[in-house]
Design a protein around this ligand. Structure first.
Ligand SMILES: [Zn+2]
Length: 240
């Protein structure tokens, strides 16, 4: 049986559905981040370089039945972490958000997935989105919608990821939360550094709805136990 977000194949059954998954591990994601319980951290200090190009290519868009995913040629957009190269291979959406901050769940969460081939580990940058002013980036992304379940559109069009990332991180200082967790979908692999941006960006209700209606209702996993982990707060500023 294929995993899903509700019913008999919902999150509480993932560990039975996916052989050898880590969905019952002790360092799972997402989590509820309680601001006052975080401590200063230094994961970002281990990032030597972040490069997001102005001219990058969206290779394709997929509706895999769990999310809408924009796939990239990963070589251009990279993060170097402890001497290892992590390539930004795709971003995708969850509605409502997976991470909650002080118990608050947002309408949308974007995951920019960076993968290191050498170590098969991940760094995921999580952006929370609240309802507000329309975001031109979303308008651009929405141009390719709708896309139906099981469909993949070959796009091969230029996308200015660099300007989007610098919109988010170009400010004087950007507060983020960092912690070690897992992929939030089976096999729930536990080799993921999470960087969750504290302040939500905004998109219009129509923009949020355009994505929401194409994805399973509530395609988020419930927040997981923190167990023995420390959740940190840091500033992104040092990198730019
Ligand atoms: Zn995700």
């Amino acid at each position: 049986m294929k995993w899903d977000y509700s019913g008999e194949s919902g999150p509480e059954h993932w560990v039975q559905l996916e052989q050898d998954s880590e969905c019952d591990g002790l360092h799972q994601s997402p989590i509820n981040i309680i601001d006052v319980e975080t401590s200063p951290g230094n994961f970002l200090g281990k990032i030597d370089e972040m490069i997001y190009e102005d001219e990058t290519t969206i290779r394709s868009i997929t509706n895999n039945g769990h999310t809408i995913q924009y796939n990239f040629d990963g070589d251009l957009n990279t993060m170097e972490y402890e001497g290892k190269k992590f390539k930004m291979i795709q971003f995708h959406f969850h509605a409502l958000s997976e991470h909650t901050i002080n118990g608050v769940r947002y309408p949308l969460e974007i995951h920019l997935v960076h993968h290191c081939e050498e170590t098969d580990s991940y760094i995921v940058l999580a952006l929370l989105v609240q309802q507000g002013e329309p975001d031109p980036t979303f308008t651009f992304l929405d141009n390719y919608l709708p896309i139906q379940v099981g469909e993949t559109l070959e796009i091969n069009e230029s996308y200015n990821l660099g300007s989007k990332v610098s919109d988010i991180f170009g400010m004087d200082s950007v507060d983020v939360f960092t912690y070690e967790g897992s992929l939030t979908t089976p096999p729930c692999t536990q080799d993921v550094l999470w960087i969750v941006v504290k302040n939500a960006s905004s998109a219009s209700p129509a923009q949020i709805e355009a994505l929401q209606t194409l994805m399973p209702k509530n395609n988020y996993r419930d927040t997981q136990e923190i167990n023995d982990r420390d959740i940190h707060h840091e500033k992104m500023r040092e990198l730019f």
